[in-house]
Design a protein around this ligand. Structure first.
Ligand code: HEC
Length: 107
């Protein structure tokens, strides 16, 4: 009995770990297609875009951006933020994956 629940806890953890990393890989691909055109492959921000929108694009890996809660990042993506228009065509799960990837850009 005890052994079974231990085993179950272990396999749940393993499944979670695999899902989490698959999410980050998926997020990387989504980031490349949906965000990198403006934010750059590493989150550094494209100068041409900053000029066009007349904004300073903060590095997505900066302390300020990383300090945002996932919910705030999600809001920027789904509702837009300042000069950034909402990014269309992402499911909730895909948004979570993109945010997981943005977390890996931390400097
Ligand atoms: C068409 C260009 C463009 C695309 C595509 C884009 N962004 Fe942005 N993003 C911007 C601009 C410009 C700003 C700055 C808005 C401002 O300061 O007014 C911004 C701001 C942000 C912010 C908030 C930064 C802050 O200062 O609060 C986050 C987070 C963000 N983007 C994430 C993403 C993610 C994740 C994606 C992809 C799903 C994405 N963006 C796609 C142009 C873009």
């Amino acid at each position: 009995m005890k052994y079974t629940s231990l085993l179950r806890a272990f396999s749940l953890t393993a499944v979670f770990a695999v899902t989490a990393s698959a999410g980050a890989a998926e997020g990387k691909a989504l980031y490349a297609s949906k965000c990198a055109a403006c934010h750059g492959p590493a989150g550094e921000g494209k100068d041409a875009i900053a000029k066009m929108f007349k904004v300073t694009l903060q590095h997505l890996g900066s302390k300020e951006i990383q300090a945002k809660a996932d919910a705030d990042m999600k809001k920027a993506i789904t509702a837009g933020q300042g000069k950034m228009k909402p990014v269309a065509g992402l499911s909730d799960a895909q948004i979570a994956d993109v945010i997981a990837h943005v977390r890996t850009l931390k400097k």
